[in-house]
Design a protein around this ligand. Structure first.
Ligand code: AHR
Length: 745
């Protein structure tokens, strides 16, 4: 649970002058007291010396005035700071931020996908989660009835080769007589992932596979959590002959009621043996009709992510290789996917959200997929370079699945799944974060060479840092993961300030430029030409504030991350992409805190850092302008400025973001120079993310406690005095006159 109450951070350097000024003003008033009493005495006793008194009095009044001024000034220091923010908005000093600067990183952690973004309501739909040996446990399926009426177990009689386990129900009771089944019948129910959210008038597609020793009368119902209230129901009936072999049944259920904690029941009052397998309930209403939970996918879309990195994280590796994400086991018809145990984060996944669905999600979000491949390493094992060849081939096959034409071996599988057009997979990350492992570099080179040979246009991402990248260890991008306390994260706003600016982007050498042009002509995709061996750019694919002050997602953590992102914007000549981690948590299975989006079966809310990301959603592809903050004795402010153009109405904006990571209010004079087009007199706005406590969090009860609040700016001008609250992120969005702004925008 989050801690509540006051934040106690280390004393900031800025506290010292404030205290000094308070002490000075108190001393000043003490010194003044005798003079005030002297004035009173003069008034009482020296009537005859009226003129003299008047002069003395005016001296004393002047003194009082001066002291009062000192006091006012010192009070000013206590409640706030005054600073200056200069922005050079000229086009000649602007630099374009990479088009894919801000994206998202999805990991199957915290039931982010299974029981989360993937809308499937049945958990363990193929009865495989108990393992391949039978009889196995069928969790979370539960038996309805007792041993005298039903015997439930598993056997390996499924019609699906790769997931052989099926449920076997031997019904001992019947429809009447002394062996009559209890009212409502016997069978099994599935509560989904901590209760299914069933909504009134919504339609659900039910699919299941049945085999039976006798005629079938099976009731399939969505009910309340105790099974007593039916929301929707359908009875499957058929002769013994009809169900002698495995038969796929599909139908729709329309709910008559709302219930956020429902279950799926399969019950019968007819004796005999029934086998069930691959039981699914999918809501019809999913994001773009592609199976993603609409509310959660919309939250992602609202961030305008420019890339989607998946599927992990440690999830991509597994604790053991046998439990790693293997892309080829997650494609094809959902019924034929074996599913696997996510041993890193401790739960089973049916792999409904497989490789195809990740690519589809990226496409639906307008984001570039970034595939993290298993490079032969788990948390506990490593494949040696001598034996890595089959895994390398597997990855090249995976790229063919995504990018190959519909007539290629793997492209045809994708086409059969309904996507004949190739997906735009341009980024592949070799492994997660295992540069330190014995075989990483040897294996990496095998992957790199094979991928480049088959797909020269793919950007290959290394887990090793920039210093290790060389012509013998080439990479297009190098991956950086940053987990830190909030104060540490705040200080990392300058993390890339001293990164060497080498490579063609900043090289002015004419010969190199000439070589570069030649390579551009020879290789079709410029991104992988000359300089690809030098990993010019970083992808900061995982960053997060962790530890005590991160809680389950605090304001102060979000502000620290905002400052870090401001630093990345300013260093976006050497940082090309960034995404926070983790993205999602199902509140019923919190394996990692904090996370950007919290949900359960029917609710969701964004943590402060989710809202913070909204301040950066216009940055990708925008123009960055030099900006600097001048403020005495207060090192808690960072700021950046961009100009960007709306793709919808083509309006142009100057966006100035300021993070105040300290406990002082700040009066800031903003001075913008070099604007080619003026600021419009109306249409500008200010958006603030703050709260009364630095450790404040959102919750299901108060989902918007820490959320951005916007208000119009009436006096938007190139010189503006603005106020920044303590612990705040403020964005000044200044609407510009219609412009010829920047040709690159
Ligand atoms: O984001 C959670 C975990 O942190 C990721 O799985 C891993 O890559 C990192 O260490």
């Amino acid at each position: 649970m989050c801690k509540s109450g006051e934040v106690s951070f280390k004393q900031n350097a800025d506290d010292v002058p404030v205290r000094v000024s308070v002490v000075i003003s108190v001393l000043a008033w003490l010194a003044l007291l005798p003079l005030i009493s002297l004035e009173l005495e003069l008034e009482l006793e020296l009537d005859s010396m009226a003129m003299q008194r008047a002069q003395d009095g005016s001296c004393l009044h002047a003194l009082v005035f001066v002291y009062s001024l000192c006091w006012v000034c010192s009070v000013g220091f206590v409640v706030g700071q005054t600073g200056q923010l200069s922005v050079d908005a000229s086009s000649q000093n602007a630099r374009k931020i990479p088009d894919k600067m801000f994206g998202i990183f999805f990991e199957e952690i915290n039931h982010a996908g299974a029981g989360g973004l993937w809308a499937e309501l049945v958990s363990n739909r193929g009865f495989e989660a108990g393992g391949p040996n039978t009889p196995s446990n069928i969790d979370p399926w539960v038996i309805i009835g007792n041993e005298s009426s039903i015997i439930v177990g598993t056997d390996r009689t499924s019609c699906f080769e790769r997931n052989p386990v099926a449920l076997r129900m031997e019904v001992l009771c019947g429809s009447k007589g002394t062996d009559a089944c209890p009212s409502g019948g016997v069978g099994v129910y599935n509560p989904g992932y901590w209760g299914m959210n069933i909504e009134r008038r919504k339609v659900y597609k039910v699919t299941l596979h049945i085999r039976s020793s006798d005629a079938v009368s099976l009731s399939v119902s969505l009910t309340s959590s105790d099974g007593l209230r039916k929301l929707a129901s359908h009875t499957i009936t058929g002769s013994k002959k009809q169900f002698a072999k495995w038969t796929k049944i599909e139908f729709h259920l329309k709910s008559s009621q709302n219930n956020t904690n429902s279950r799926l029941q399969l019950t019968t009052s007819r004796s005999g043996v029934i086998w069930l397998d691959q039981v699914s309930v999918m809501p019809f209403d999913t994001y773009m009709g592609h199976g993603f939970r609409k509310d959660l996918a919309s939250m992602l879309a609202n961030l305008k992510p420019q890339f989607l990195k998946f599927p992990g994280g440690n999830y991509a590796m597994g604790n053991y290789l046998r439990n790693a994400f293997q892309w080829s086991e997650t494609v094809g018809s959902w019924e034929e996917r074996p599913g696997h145990f996510n041993d890193v984060w401790g739960y089973w996944t049916d792999d409904g959200l497989g490789f195809f669905e990740f690519l589809q999600l990226a496409e639906d979000l307008g984001a570039s997929p970034v595939w993290v491949v298993n490079d032969g390493a788990s948390q506990n094992e490593e494949v040696s370079t001598a034996t890595i060849a089959s895994l390398v081939k597997d990855v090249v096959d995976g790229i063919e699945f995504a990018r190959g034409g519909p007539n290629t071996t793997w492209g045809s599988v994708r086409a059969a799944m309904g996507h004949p057009e190739p997906f735009k997979l341009d980024y592949v990350s070799i492994g997660n974060q295992e540069c330190w492992m014995l075989y990483y570099r040897g294996n990496y080179q095998k992957f790199y060479s094979a991928i480049k040979a088959a797909y020269p246009g793919i950007n290959v991402i290394s887990s090793c840092d920039k210093s290790t990248i060389s012509p013998s260890n080439p990479a297009d991008l190098y991956d950086v993961h940053v987990y830190a306390s909030s104060s540490d994260m705040f200080s990392r706003t300058s993390m890339f300030d001293n990164t060497p600016r080498s490579g063609p982007k900043v090289c002015s050498n004419a010969i190199l430029r000439w070589l570069y042009l030649i390579c551009m002509l020879r290789i079709s995709t410029p991104r992988n030409d000359f300089g690809s061996s030098m990993a010019r750019q970083a992808i900061v694919s995982e960053y997060a504030v962790t530890g005590d002050d991160a809680g389950k997602g605090t304001l102060v953590a979000a502000l620290a991350e905002a400052a870090f992102l401001v630093g990345l914007e300013k260093n976006s000549d050497v940082v090309e992409m960034a995404s926070c981690a983790p993205l999602f948590v199902n509140d019923n299975d919190r394996r990692w805190s904090p996370d950007a989006i919290v949900f359960n079966s029917w609710q969701n809310y964004g943590c402060p850092n989710y809202w913070m990301l909204h301040f950066f959603k216009d940055s990708s592809g925008a123009m960055l302008h030099p900006s600097s903050v001048q403020i005495s004795n207060y090192d808690q402010l960072v700021a950046s400025a961009i100009t960007w153009q709306s793709s919808q109405d083509k309006s142009s904006h100057l966006k100035i973001k300021v993070v105040n990571f300290g406990s002082k209010a700040v009066d800031l004079n903003i001075s913008v120079s070099g604007l080619e087009n003026g600021i419009k007199s109306s249409g500008s706005k200010k958006t603030v993310l703050t709260s009364s406590g630095a450790l404040d969090e959102n919750s299901f009860q108060q989902p918007q406690k820490v959320a951005p609040v916007s208000s119009p700016i009436d006096n938007a001008m190139q010189q503006m005095g603005v106020s920044l609250g303590p612990y705040s992120l403020t964005s000044f969005d200044l609407l510009l006159e219609p412009s010829k702004l920047h040709s690159t925008m």
